[in-house]
Design a binder for this molecule. Structure first.
Ligand SMILES: Cc1ncc(COP(=O)(O)O)c(C=O)c1O
Length: 357
């Protein structure tokens, strides 16, 4: 029994549907479903179960990979940042994990270890993002060292796009250049290759290579790809209603002042649940299906909205949707000056998750 009305509903069929869309966008490629950060806040094992039709999973750490192995997932699992320490290597091999190597120290760990197991290594190449990856000049040397080692490495080549979700001409030409660099550096090699994240898959789907790596798209957010279904709906209820007069304030810091008589509804959701504290006045909320505006500061457990236009119908217990099917998490994120990824990952443990089968 959950007494507080704040709840996150997870639409399981939507996950499966979004995977189908990803497959349609890259019909000739394998799909590595990115489920790191607890499945972008949706629950890693829950998500993996629905995405079992993917060819592999992408995670950020061995802990996440082991959570999947312990639940019996036999898929290939790629550690997207590779190992953080050398001691993880035997564990990674024992659990048949695929490893990104992005830096010299990780390469040395692999070269110095002795194993009879074949290790799937994903050589990360920096094509311009300048976050992780070997520089273009280093690539052939790294490949040579891997090939000459006594261990058997099954090499993959990968890179990551920095701005595939931005459509202005500067970003577009930057992305095109990353694609060009990746094509060029990969050209002499017959290894499996992977470049595209969700935005890449949507906007540059003629460069799918052997593997695509969608994340946010699978959760029905972040993208303009048609037919995606939002997976998470964050809901709560109205717990107080009051009228305030012109000149009166609402919320902490007296940040919002009524210009005219206003009907205010208080909803049981706040930053303690993962609703963004930076969401400003004006951020949309759906109350009984009607778009209303947030007013004043977000508190830990509550927000206030202006329901003047619907004062006759909204009541204690009215349903409030913070994001979901009819109000995209991306729109709320834009209002709050962030991205949907952060909002989805930021749902806190006190919010009960309810699965929609
Ligand atoms: C290497 C790599 N590939 C793919 C993804 C998935 O990205 P997105 O969620 O934008 O599809 C990520 C996520 O950050 C990543 O780090």
């Amino acid at each position: 029994m959950f007494y507080r009305p704040a709840k996150a509903y997870i639409n399981l069929p939507a996950l499966r549907h979004n995977l189908t869309i990803a497959k349609l966008l890259a019909p000739d490629s394998k799909v590595l479903a990115v489920v790191k950060a607890n499945g972008y806040g949706h629950g890693i094992c829950r998500v993996a179960q629905q995405l079992a039709g993917a060819d592999a999973f992408g995670v950020a750490s061995i802990d996440e990979a082991l959570a999947l192995r312990q639940k019996g997932f036999l898929h290939r699992i790629l550690l997207l940042e590779g190992l953080f320490s050398e001691v993880e290597l035997p564990l990674a091999i024992q659990n048949r994990l695929d490893l990104v190597i992005h830096s010299e120290y990780q390469l040395q760990w692999l070269l110095n270890y002795q194993t009879t197991s074949v290790i799937n290594v994903w050589l990360k190449i920096d094509t311009g993002m300048h976050r992780l990856g070997f520089s273009l000049e280093c690539v052939s040397g790294v490949i040579q060292q891997l090939q000459q080692n006594l261990n058997h490495f099954n090499i993959h080549l990968m890179s990551h796009l920095a701005s595939a979700d931005e459509k202005d001409s500067v970003a577009t030409s930057f992305t095109k250049n990353q694609i060009k660099q990746f094509n060029k550096i990969c050209q002499p090699y017959h290894f499996s290759k992977s470049l595209l994240n969700s935005a890449g898959l949507v906007h540059y789907s003629c460069h799918t290579f052997d593997w695509v790596r969608p994340g946010i798209l699978l959760y029905g957010a972040g993208q303009t790809a048609s037919h995606l279904k939002p997976v998470m709906q964050l809901e709560s209820k109205v717990i107080a209603i009051k009228w305030v007069q012109a000149g009166e304030y609402v919320g902490y810091g007296n940040q919002w002042q009524a210009k005219k008589e206003t009907c205010v509804a208080v909803i049981a959701i706040g930053y303690g649940d993962g609703y963004p504290r930076h969401a400003p006045t004006g951020t949309p909320v759906l109350v009984d299906g009607q778009r209303v505006s947030l007013i004043g500061r977000v508190s830990m457990d509550m927000i206030a909205v202006d329901i003047t236009a619907y004062a006759d119908s909204v009541h204690i217990g009215s349903l409030a949707i913070l994001w979901g099917d009819a109000l995209s998490v991306d729109e709320v994120a834009r209002w709050a000056g962030t991205i949907s990824y952060e909002l989805l990952c930021g749902i806190t443990p006190r919010v009960p998750i309810i699965e929609i089968q």
